[in-house]
Design a protein around this ligand. Sequence first.
Ligand code: FES
Ligand code: FE2
Length: 332
Amino acid sequence: MLAREDEAIFRRSWQYVGVLGEQNVVPGWAGRAPVVVVRAEDGRERAFINVCRHRGSVVVEEAGSRKSLQCPYHAWTYDLEGTLRAAPRSDREDVDLSDVALEPVRLEGWGPFRFVNLDGGAPSLEAVLGDVPERVAEVMDVDDLAFHHRSDWEVEANWKIACENFLECYHCPVAHPGFSGVVDVSPDNYALETGEWHWSQFGQLRSRGDAELPVGQFHFIWPNTGINIFPGQKNLSIGPMLPLSPDRTRRILDYFFAPDASEEWIAELTEFDDEVGREDRRLVELVQRGAGSGAIAEGRLLPESERLVAGFQARVREALASFAGSDAVTTP
Ligand code: FES
Ligand SMILES: [Fe+2]
């Protein structure tokens, strides 16, 4: 099933990779496919499959500031346009490598955020983001944000369980006492919105006071990108839920704050978010153990509080169905 999802979902959708700042080479993933986003000296940005055309090693392991991309295996070296520039011993042997280049992939951006898509025929990033950039722009200019840090962790659960957990706050009063003490998670005051390719939640502070951001925004972009704006001061975190195996998911979140944000507020927000993350980890791992056992055939959803989950599940089913019948995937 994961191999089918990789073909039907991850290779056909926009995948958040990161931001190009001081670092002009940033690796990431489009599902299981390694990708890399680069900015050349002339400012042009490109994205490639991050797999060496020699014998297939991943080329770039870490983000950094580089003038070329050198494979760690036999030192084949590509320029920032993806063209092979050097291969040790290739001048001594009867081989023509002039046509070798990293495979380009689609690259699009929203503000500083860079996304790739392995499907040339997929709708534009702009179309998939829908009104999310507009809603975010109501409270902050994403181009004014400064990248602060990346958090990167794993949960023992299928990626869809992690996504579904992001898509409802029905569990908040039960499982997130800290969050629910600050944000009004009652059904009358917590708004859910559905777009064509995204699902959004809006939660307001219980006591607004003079908060710069009285309303939090939690957006989910098909198929696996979460965006969090907690109420309080300017902050945004964004990142994917990446399947590592059927029951393991990698969570990456890049955190951004106003350039003049105090380290004290950043520490406070980060601790608050980590607490919510620990609580969610336990929940999704419990679902993996329960639902993943196969002991029950299916669950139930509340029609209002869990309608974003239903929307996500419908998209997953649709993507897999549109792919069924294709012989492009063989069972691994
Ligand atoms: S696999 Fe990259 S140089 Fe050999
Ligand atoms: Fe949660």
